[in-house]
Design a protein around this ligand. Structure first.
Ligand code: SIN
Ligand code: FE
Length: 295
């Protein structure tokens, strides 16, 4: 397998000077990896790194774009400190992306920032929810009609523990492998399964099928093309997680920022999962716009 990582040496969140080849690598599904780009904690933030920070029954802490904090156990002072730390990370992640791919910036829509204080390796989950199985991100409750999921991750583990990922084959390979097994899209079923205000499009259906079929395939999980990669504390990585095949095997304490990007504002819209799935289907997908080509 060709290396799924592009290593970039940058130590300042505000100093990235994007090159076209980086955007192309990102849009080809590669992980941009910054081994020396650390998120620095303030001294008063160090005590926040404990699983006890998680409210009862939640997996992650989130801070949405309106500043609403969810999932923290603790008094007002603790909540404020957590929000401050996450907000600072959100700003740094945004600045990094702006530097990496300036053309995206005006079109990015921020989704919540997440803090993940739980140990990944010992979490018990259903097959479908188990992110230790290789997958592309697709969410049953969040149809997105082809809009991209761009994520910035940084490992803030204070005990030297890496975030251990597996990174898999290119999106087109995985789509060719699993689409023949996918259930056909049914608009009627999309109506019945309607969980949110928007209906699941054929694109969303195909992405969920890929997500579920990959995770359920034990042989693929064991023997499919993959590279194990430990992201050490003090490092940062960026990818389109709806395209990059990934699994998180172990690690604790990570910050993550999600942003959405319309396909039309990619450097090359034809590199998107929407365009790839449309090409493989040989026809426009139901309920999703055609992948635009850039003028
Ligand atoms: C995932 O997006 O599947 C999980 C990433 C992580 O928690 O490291
Ligand atoms: Fe994921």
């Amino acid at each position: 397998m060709e290396s799924p990582l592009l290593v970039l040496h940058l130590a300042d969140w505000f100093a990235a000077a994007g090159e076209a080849s980086w955007a192309q690598a990102l849009e080809a599904g590669k992980v941009l990896y910054f081994p020396g780009l650390a998120f620095r904690l303030e001294p008063q933030e160090a005590p926040l790194l404990t699983p006890a920070l998680l409210a009862e029954g939640v997996r992650n802490i989130s801070l949405d774009a309106q500043g609403r904090l969810k999932g923290v156990a603790g008094d007002e002072a603790t909540q404020a400190r957590v929000a401050g730390m996450m907000e600072r990370f959100a700003r740094q992640a945004r600045a990094l992306l702006k530097g990496l791919v300036p053309a995206y910036d005006a079109h990015l829509r921020p989704a919540p920032t997440s803090l993940r204080p739980a140990q990944v390796s010992t979490r018990r989950q259903s097959v479908r929810a188990d992110d230790r199985r290789m997958h592309v991100d697709a969410f049953p409750t969040r149809p997105n009609y082809g809009e991209r999921i761009l994520r910035v991750f940084t490992n803030i583990n204070p005990h030297g523990q890496p975030r251990e990922w597996r990174i898999g084959e290119p999106f087109e390979d995985v789509a060719r492998r699993f689409l023949p097994r996918a259930r056909p899209y049914s608009p009627r079923q999309a109506q019945l399964l309607r969980l949110t205000k928007s209906l699941r499009s054929e694109y969303d259906h195909m992405m969920l099928q890929l997500h579920d079929l990959m995770k359920a395939d034990e042989d693929y999980q064991r023997d499919g093309p993959q590279l194990g990669f430990p992201f050490p504390p003090g490092s940062t990585w960026v990818c389109f997680s709806d395209q990059t095949v990934h699994a998180a095997m172990a690690g604790q304490y990570m910050l993550e920022q999600t942003l959405h990007l319309p396909v039309a504002h990619q450097y090359d819209p034809q590199a998107s999962p929407l365009a790839i799935l449309t090409r493989l289907a040989g026809r426009p997908l139901a309920g999703a716009p055609l992948p635009p080509s850039k003028a």
